[in-house]
Design a protein around this ligand. Structure first.
Ligand SMILES: [Zn+2]
Length: 342
């Protein structure tokens, strides 16, 4: 199927919230990792989200160019073409973009979508995250409001974050402390500011003790009940239509029961990067260790071309990452939920 359009994407999000499941949103940095996600989703009969970070876009553009928007466009163009061959819907999203990087990633991508729309072509991306969580809430929301007004005109969904996710992602570290937990007061302010933009749609990454990166089981203390408190407060103040579509960041190493509880409180998108990075690299390490005298020219020998052909080990990596995507779909209770009909 082609990449989901705005209507289909909104329907995906609504169905997930009503049906108590969530979409994996997997970070990709190359054709191979994007293909792995499409394979894993299709084999799970689940729709899903492919996302590109600032660092992922930079990497995909090539080390001589280092243009995060260009790399993100290249990946998105590939997904638009390849997704046609899979019996599922996929949405394209960009991950964390701090205020100082908006002009390098989100704005050029919105401009690209505006050019495409003017030419009668579909949007390039479905949604973009603006991460203003390091700013005071008012500044965060001032920027978010401006973006959402422009997004609304272009059938784009905005993701914002209130409260800081701990840990490190793409070299940006979150601080530990009280802001690891979003408060109902914060989210009421989010709703007050953003819900005034009629006909718009946004996702909220609220934080409930989640951390980026990987931790041993038991080290991450999640409090999913915080999400319920935020939903209850916003529905009480503004009515059922204000209920949030929530995003779960930094979920590696989380207990399954915490993930399921978070889904019950309205999480519809769970970001996955660390776990799929490991799944990609694991079989490559295995291949290199098993075939060291094939991938290396040892003691004047010539090695074995078949084992050092990158297709050999990247193919194993693609299959392993696809399997991890399938596990994610299962964990998020999304198996068989695709809206695609033959
Ligand atoms: Zn994140």
């Amino acid at each position: 199927m082609p990449v989901a359009d705005y209507k289909m994407y909104c329907k995906m999000l609504e169905r997930a919230r009503e049906g108590h499941f969530a979409y994996p949103a997997i970070n990709v940095t190359s054709l191979t990792t994007a293909n792995a996600v499409l394979k894993g989703l299709a084999e799970s009969k689940s729709d899903g989200i492919i996302q590109v970070s600032t660092g992922g876009g930079t990497f995909a553009s090539g080390s001589s160019v280092k243009d995060m928007a260009l790399g993100a466009i290249s990946i998105a163009e590939h997904v638009h073409r390849a997704a046609e061959r899979y019996p599922i819907y996929v949405a394209l999203h960009t991950d964390h973009c701090q205020a100082d990087k908006l002009d390098k990633l989100v704005i050029p991508l919105v401009e690209e979508t505006e050019r495409r729309r003017a030419a009668g072509r579909p949007n390039l991306f479905n949604s973009h995250m603006f991460d203003g969580s390091a700013l005071p809430l008012k500044e965060n929301l001032d920027i978010a409001v401006k973006l959402l007004e422009r997004f609304q005109k272009n059938d784009l969904v905005l993701e914002i974050e209130a409260g800081v996710v701990g840990g490190e992602e793409d070299g940006v570290s979150g601080e530990a402390g009280a802001k690891l937990y979003t408060t109902p007061e914060d989210t009421l302010e989010v709703a007050r500011r953003l819900n005034s933009i009629k006909g718009s749609r946004y996702l909220l990454a609220a934080t409930f003790g989640n951390v980026h990166g990987v931790y041993k089981p038991g080290q991450v203390k999640l409090k999913p009940s915080i999400l319920k408190d935020c939903q209850d407060a916003v529905v009480k103040q503004y009515g059922e239509t204000a209920r949030f579509y929530l995003v779960f960041h930094g979920g590696s190493g989380s207990e399954l029961r915490d993930i399921h509880e978070a889904i019950d409180y309205g999480v519809v998108k769970m970001n996955i990067d660390t776990d799929t990075q490991y799944a990609f690299t694991r079989p490559i390490a295995d291949h290199m260790l098993k075939h060291y005298d094939g991938v290396l020219k040892v003691d004047g020998e010539v090695g074995n071309k078949k084992t050092y052909d990158p297709r050999e080990y990247l193919g194993l990596a693609e299959a392993s990452m696809a399997a991890r995507v399938k596990q994610a779909v299962q964990d998020l209770k999304g198996v068989g939920t695709t809206m695609y009909k033959k």
